[in-house]
Design a protein around this ligand. Structure first.
Ligand SMILES: CSCCC(=O)C(=O)COP(=O)(O)O
Ligand SMILES: [Zn+2]
Length: 214
């Protein structure tokens, strides 16, 4: 398979966008202990054109270096010669791209997303009722009620990836992995960031409400 369709300019632009979002999210403490990963799609949707830029595995995401990102194909394999390893969770990104046609996927571990995923684990979703920020998902119903899906966490990433793909809900641009973190996506980096921020706001809201109700 040839990826000559991806220009150096496209690659550099995707890496620059990833660097910018990585720096911002890191300043919020959303990549504790090297956790988290980010990706942006490059090229078209035909299998021979499909590729995405993804964070390299195990890096301290609060530091910017010349070797933070690489390009991978639809199966998560590097498409250029590199000593870098793609994120250990790249297969989850592959499945989300396949299922949604997204342009960017951001994954972060926070205390609020971990606690709320455990609190609602048996229900299998986090309920959110009538909160204004649901509109960040382009859901404009009066007093909208949504459920944010939760999947179990496994050591075997392909197992998580398969479950994620099966659990995606059409209106909800994200999925929680239990006691692990959130994957949020969008048509591009701007939208994926908006969705991620809305999820994190809603998780904190749900957490604080649950505490007050106790
Ligand atoms: C110490 S974080 C454990 C792995 C993980 O959940 C994660 O998000 C980071 O993995 P990566 O390979 O993308 O660095
Ligand atoms: Zn993770």
């Amino acid at each position: 398979m040839s990826f000559s369709a991806i220009t150096l300019e496209e690659k550099q632009q995707a890496f620059a966008e990833l660097r910018e979002i990585k720096t911002l999210l890191s300043s919020r403490g959303w990549f504790p202990g090297t956790s988290g990963n980010l990706s942006i799609r490059v090229g078209g949707f035909a299998p021979e054109q499909f590729a995405f830029a993804v964070t390299a595995s195990g890096k301290d995401k609060s530091i910017n270096t010349p070797s933070d990102f690489l390009l991978v194909d639809q199966n998560g394999k590097a498409i250029e010669a590199t000593s870098l390893k793609p994120s250990a969770e790249t297969l989850i990104h592959c499945e989300i791209y396949r299922a949604t046609g997204a342009g960017a996927i951001f994954h972060v571990h926070t205390v609020f997303n971990n606690v709320i995923s455990e609190w609602y684990a048996e229900r299998g979703s986090v309920p959110i009722d009538g909160v204004e920020l649901i509109k960040a998902f382009n859901i404009w119903d009066e007093e909208a009620q949504i459920e944010i899906p939760i999947v179990p966490n496994y050591a075997d990433i392909p197992r998580i990836a398969e479950l994620v793909e099966r659990s995606i809900l059409p209106r909800i641009p994200g999925i929680l992995i239990r006691k692990h973190g959130i994957c949020a996506w969008g048509a591009n980096a701007f939208e994926a960031k908006r969705h991620l921020e809305a999820f994190e706001f809603l998780f904190e809201y749900a957490y604080r409400l649950a505490v007050l109700k106790k």
